[in-house]
Ligand binder design. Structure first.
Ligand code: NAD
Length: 246
């Protein structure tokens, strides 16, 4: 129960990696708010966590809508407390070769993945600075480091999150706040389910540990980075990728 009395906000907490992160933080004793565009999905997950003895709540929040984000942060601090832990996990893909990529697909991915991280991070930092503590984890991706065929928008957003993480870390380090990124490799979730079997087979060949990762394996990294044990780690990118990129 290392995170007892901590309030955590996990964006896109309803399913996939966000669901595993929310469950793990709740298991460590945090009060967890699962924020997402689909309230019913977040509510189902929050209920599962509560049934397992955790303290979890669903909250509607589109990370690309700054007014909605402001409302959520205000409500949390008024009705509960300041955010101690922010996990910027919400993310989308709109894949296609750069030559044919539509401008709106570029904009949407950058807006959700990168600008969403900036907007939530900015509000969390304000609350954390007041209490002189807090930790932020941004979920980037291995392809933000390596680049990837057909993912100009997504890789740019994930690489951008890494630069943003390092700047955030520098700006708030003196206030006792840590900011890190996790770059997962190929993790089995609904996001990756939609890839075709040949792509999955090719990817598998590039993974030294010879299997895809699980959402829980990313969640363990997050729960470590937000714990007291990681207080001297900031501005880092932790690769959880089965050795896919070393
Ligand atoms: P997922 O599609 O299963 O889940 C993404 C979550 O984000 C969903 O709950 C969705 O509703 C939410 N979301 C989408 N747009 C949102 C918005 N505007 N506001 C709030 N919530 C929104 O994906 P996942 O595989 O669980 O991925 C989670 C994160 O991990 C993403 O940022 C993704 O880019 C990253 N990632 C995933 C993998 C992988 O292999 N699955 C690898 C590297 C990085």
């Amino acid at each position: 129960m290392e995170l007892k009395d901590k309030l955590a906000l996990v964006t896109g907490g309803g399913r996939g990696i966000g669901k595993a992160i929310s469950s793990e933080l709740a298991r460590q004793g945090a009060k967890v708010f699962l924020a997402g565009t689909r309230l019913e999905v977040a509510e189902d997950t929050a209920k599962i966590i509560r049934d397992q003895g955790g303290d979890a709540h669903a909250i509607r929040m589109d990370v690309s809508n700054s007014e909605e984000i402001q409302e959520v942060f205000q409500t949390l601090s008024k009705e509960h407390k300041a955010v101690d832990i922010l996990v910027n996990n919400a993310g989308i893909t709109r894949d296609g070769l750069m030559m044919r990529m539509k401008e709106e697909d570029w904009d949407e991915v950058i807006r959700v993945n990168l600008k969403g991280t900036f907007l939530c991070g900015q509000l969390a930092m304000k609350q954390m600075i007041k209490q002189k503590s807090g930790s932020i984890v941004n979920i980037s991706s291995v392809v933000g480091l390596s680049g990837n065929f057909g993912q100009a928008n997504y890789t740019a957003s994930k690489a951008g999150m890494i630069g943003l993480t390092k700047t955030m870390a520098r700006e708030v380090a003196a206030r006792g706040i840590t900011v890190n990124a996790i770059a997962p490799g190929f993790i089995e979730t609904e996001m990756t389910d939609k890839l075709d079997d040949q792509i999955k087979k090719d990817l598998l060949e590039k993974i030294p540990l010879t299997r895809f990762g699980t959402p829980e394996e990313v969640a363990y990294g997050v729960s470590f980075l937000v714990s007291e044990r990681a207080k001297y780690i900031t501005g880092q990118v932790i690769n959880i990728n089965g050795g896919m990129l070393m």
